[in-house]
Design a binder for this molecule. Sequence first.
Ligand code: HEC
Ligand code: HEC
Ligand code: HEC
Ligand code: HEC
Length: 129
Amino acid sequence: MKIVPRMALSSLIGILFVLTSAWSQDDMTAVDNSVFSNPQRTPSVFVHDEHNEAADIDDCAECHHVYADGERVEGESSEDQRCSECHDLEGSDDRPTLIKAFHTHCKGCHQELKKGPIMCGECHKKGQP
Ligand code: HEC
Ligand code: HEC
Ligand code: HEC
Ligand code: HEC
């Protein structure tokens, strides 16, 4: 008699956990590549929170930036938007194409800090789903 409500409660907590984490970054393990119509590579490894902690990046806008008149707007970030909402596949005169936006950004920092992967297969791992 007592086991039933406890089981119901734990499964309810389980459902709530799945519902909330599905919309946040804490369970993100790779960068979604579905905007590329015919992906050539596996999605790049990127364990969002773990990565940013290991890399010691506090400012969300380091990646989720906002620009106005060619200048980065300090104190504002765009983490509610996909990179592809501003960077399309063709690019525009002042904005890099989506693939370039990712590569310049990710590899650029790794090269600058001499930390983090810069080889294709280190990010686009074989056998990744
Ligand atoms: C630091 C990590 C990193 C490295 C190193 C890297 N990429 Fe990527 N690449 C990404 C991310 C992030 C994306 C965006 C979407 C995704 O997850 O594939 C991407 C997207 C792509 C795409 C467009 C999507 C697709 O699969 O067609 C191609 C092609 C690609 N990369 C090829 C390469 C090649 C070739 C190299 C080596 C010269 C390379 N990448 C190195 C992170 C990386
Ligand atoms: C090192 C770069 C980087 C930093 C720093 C960063 N993010 Fe992200 N974040 C990303 C990338 C890349 C994506 C995937 C974007 C895409 O798919 O277009 C993402 C996606 C997200 C998403 C959407 C998750 C989903 O499942 O679609 C949220 C929410 C988010 N980030 C919040 C944050 C917050 C809050 C911070 C600061 C505490 C932060 N990010 C810092 C790179 C970063
Ligand atoms: C709200 C729109 C917006 C979003 C979202 C956005 N960008 Fe940008 N990004 C821009 C604009 C505008 C520029 C051009 C800046 C300029 O005028 O030089 C830019 C420039 C860049 C550049 C070249 C300059 C630089 O800062 O190195 C890279 C790389 C880049 N974005 C990567 C990304 C990545 C990766 C994401 C997702 C994590 C992202 N952007 C999300 C608007 C956006
Ligand atoms: C502002 C700097 C910065 C940016 C931007 C950045 N990284 Fe990194 N990354 C690092 C540092 C620093 C490390 C090494 C952390 C450590 O010491 O373990 C790292 C490590 C990694 C690793 C290896 C460790 C792990 O988490 O598996 C991967 C994969 C990686 N980065 C992918 C990416 C991708 C994909 C992007 C772009 C969406 C990106 N990084 C953007 C700084 C950055």
